[in-house]
Design a binder for this molecule. Sequence first.
Ligand code: ADP
Ligand code: ADP
Ligand code: ZN
Length: 209
Amino acid sequence: MNLIFLGPPGAGKGTYASRLGIRLDIPHISTGDIFREEMKKQTELGKLAASYINKGNLVPDEVTIDIVKKRLSEPDCEKGFILDGFPRTIAQADGLEHAEIKIDHVFNFLVGEEVLIKRMSGRRTCKRCGAIYHIETLKPKTPGICDKCGSELVQREDEKPEIIKDRLRVYEEKTAPLIDYYRKRGLLIDTDGDRPIDVVVDELVSIIQ
Ligand code: ADP
Ligand code: ADP
Ligand code: ZN
């Protein structure tokens, strides 16, 4: 099952993808997570990515497409994958088509702007394993500490109010056109992302099966 999760920043893509990946036993591939990992290791790619990400801009298409193609060629993707946060531009979607990577469904998560802003500004991410929490809606057992690995939870550099607004603008301009792109191809499934996490994930499982 080859899936794409589409939706604005803060819609819950990473939260739903990490849970659905476990249920379906397929890898959850987040380009944002890949870039943050490289940034932590301070690699050349990480430094390049940081110069875009910390301003709320997209990392250039060529760089991003190459990374995803490489990741999808790894053996664990043979039984399927969830792409979370990729593609984010028409050029990236064309990149997948040109590489003849078949997609089964594109889930488009719908969430109003007010909720998106609340979700992003309250999001906390584990420094080590990338697990996602929220200071109001998805609290860890011990404040500031990851339930899964015991590491510190931090707020991302790109979650400052000004940058959140820029990211929402970039989404509207560059990513929202993908809704029509995939609708025309008969792949798009609109999903209400403003419901309890388990309800959304159960619905995804029932649609896929
Ligand atoms: P995205 O990957 O689309 O940017 P995330 O999965 O990181 O979104 O979710 C953004 C924030 O909203 C996180 O703090 C997450 O814990 C919280 N969140 C996600 N889905 C829900 C939900 N259904 N209900 C309440 N909070 C949610
Ligand atoms: P969110 O789900 O909150 O938007 P992500 O973790 O998916 O956050 O992405 C964080 C940042 O990483 C994006 O704002 C962007 O700068 C960069 N990024 C992630 N995926 C892509 C992509 N497919 N193309 C270009 N830039 C990307
Ligand atoms: Zn952790």
